[in-house]
Design a protein. Structure first.
Length: 524
């Protein structure tokens, strides 16, 4: 029997462009129906092949961006005396961060944005992820020809920030499980969520570290590369179609960086569009990239497959030396051109000419060939769900995955777990309260009921109230640490802000009660 799973495997290979030579020119539907005489056919596969019209198909998901331009206003200085109100007019100028940048990223491939610091890499990633105001970003960003935005983009995409914002006392498995509780819908059972976490742990190569705490400067935990993969896992727990990453290899050694990009390659092969920014990839990482765009001062100086870098610079008149990393050579060349009187303009103009020439060779690849049909966004999402993706259909996207009481329950459990594993913080606060109470009790020992004693009692109450604020200062470092995690989680609507406040209020009640009793017993 030709099952639906067999169809999925055949379909994924045909999308990659490697459908068997002996079946060249025949549709998958014809191949399935041709076996009806001696095989039983899964009609779901036939119906889906009919829907997708698979005859040498183009990739289901293609993200295209055209003529992206972004500028910011920079202040110079006050033109005249600042004290004169009439002259307090600031001169400003526009700095172009992105200048007419175009390209495309496809499902199953890693699209990399390269360039030196300040070239506009992160800005381009933010623009594609709609993290820049539409009013200030000019140009178009489409997925399968349809503009993205709002709830649909939030449900099918993920953005991994450069910094690893994790709870240090949670294990890798717990961290991913809490992410599943927040991101996956309530209709998904706990067993399915746990199964998704287990699959993701294997996919990220974290099986050996699943029961290890994340750790921080004071607690030994997982390695830097494993931390980065955990951060990626949190954001892809809902199996997104679009995955944006801002310099995921920064701060990692070459081996850890390679493992991270290798993991991203596996994620892309499962049916995702992976777009990342990277400074200077190593030889091994360069071999994992499918497409790249090289930026300099917000302008495109190269776009295409990594293999085309060497012939590209050879045609430019600056061949890449033998046994030298082509991307490192490109960055060094850009810095050299910046120091010249003409700047990078010759390289920018050469790329525009080269792109129109036959050497570019990717114009034919970018446009669907005759007989191909690009899927609409709704059709592509439906096909992805049929292949096992966890994304939600675009017509049924809620603001939050769970109701408030579920969010409060999960947040309370997580906060209690963190508190239980950091007893030294509570003991420190308890010690501070008891020592302060003992000092106050010693100072205000044996107060009588005379007018002087009443005044001293008022002084005691004033000191006791100030002690409360003094003890609260001990919690500031923890609050600052959680603040960035809170901002990241609420950015993609993991939970409501009110749920976070109520959950932490519930968690704080027992500890505050014990601290108050300890202070009262010590002083009275």
């Amino acid at each position: 029997m030709i099952s639906f799973d067999d169809f999925q495997d055949c379909e994924s290979r045909s999308v990659g462009g490697s459908w068997s030579r002996r079946h060249h020119g025949r549709s998958l539907r014809d191949l399935l129906l041709s076996q009806q005489g001696n095989l039983q056919v899964d009609h779901r596969a036939v119906e889906l092949s009919e829907t997708m019209n698979i005859v040498s198909p183009s990739p289901p998901f293609v993200l295209r961006f055209n003529n992206l331009t972004y500028s910011v206003s920079t202040r110079k200085r006050f033109s005249k005396n600042r004290l004169q109100a009439a002259d307090r007019i600031e001169n400003s100028q526009h700095k172009i961060v992105l200048n007419d940048v175009s390209g495309e990223a496809r499902e199953g491939q890693i699209f990399a944005v390269l360039g030196q610091s300040g070239s506009g890499k992160s800005t381009l990633i933010d623009g594609l992820a709609h993290r820049i105001s539409k009013d200030s970003l000019k140009g178009t960003v489409t997925l399968n020809g349809e503009p993205l935005g709002g709830r649909v983009l939030r449900s099918i995409s993920a953005y991994v920030m450069q910094d690893d914002l994790l709870f240090p006392m949670l294990t890798v498995q717990e961290t991913l499980m809490y992410a599943a509780e927040f991101r996956l819908p309530r209709s998904c059972s706990r067993d399915k969520k746990r199964g998704r976490v287990e699959v993701l742990i294997d996919q990220l190569g974290l099986r050996a570290a699943a029961s290890t705490i994340v750790g921080d400067e004071g607690h030994r935990g997982v390695s830097g590369g494993e931390r980065r993969r955990v951060s990626i896992g949190i954001d892809i727990i809902h199996d997104p179609i679009l995955l944006f990453l801002d310099e995921p290899t920064s701060g990692l050694d070459s081996t850890s960086a390679f493992m991270v990009v290798k993991t991203l390659q596996r994620i892309a092969r499962t049916g995702s569009v992976v777009i990342l920014s990277i400074h200077q990839p190593s030889y091994r990482i360069l071999g994992l990239l499918d497409r790249l765009i090289l930026l300099a001062h917000g302008q495109t100086v190269f776009s295409g497959s990594p293999e085309r870098l060497t012939p590209y610079f050879a045609e430019f008149g600056r061949p890449v030396p033998e046994n030298e990393n082509s991307t490192e050579f490109a960055i060094d060349l850009i810095q050299e051109l910046e120091a010249s009187p003409a700047g990078i303009k010759p390289l920018v103009e050469f790329f525009k000419t080269w792109r129109k020439s036959s050497s570019y060779g990717e114009i034919r690849e970018s446009s669907p060939a005759e007989g191909r049909r690009s899927l609409s966004l709704k059709e592509a999402i439906t096909a992805s769900i049929a292949r096992g993706k966890l994304v939600t259909d675009s017509g049924h996207v809620a603001d939050f995955a769970n109701p408030p009481w579920v969010e409060i329950s999960v947040l309370t459990k997580r906060a209690f777990t963190n508190m239980r594993r950091t007893p030294e913080l509570f003991l420190m606060r308890l010690g501070t309260v008891m020592v302060t109470g003992f000092l106050l009790a010693t100072i205000f020992w044996k107060l009588d009921h005379s007018p002087k004693g009443i005044r001293e009692r008022l002084g005691f109450f004033a000191f006791a109230m100030s002690t409360t604020f003094y003890c609260c200062a001990d919690a500031l470092p923890i609050f600052l640490q959680e603040r960035y995690i809170f901002m990241r989680e609420t950015a993609y609507n993991a939970y409501r802000r009110s749920s976070y406040v109520l959950a932490h209020a519930l968690v704080s009640i027992p500890s505050l009660t014990l601290l108050s009793l300890a202070f009262a017993v010590t002083t009275f």
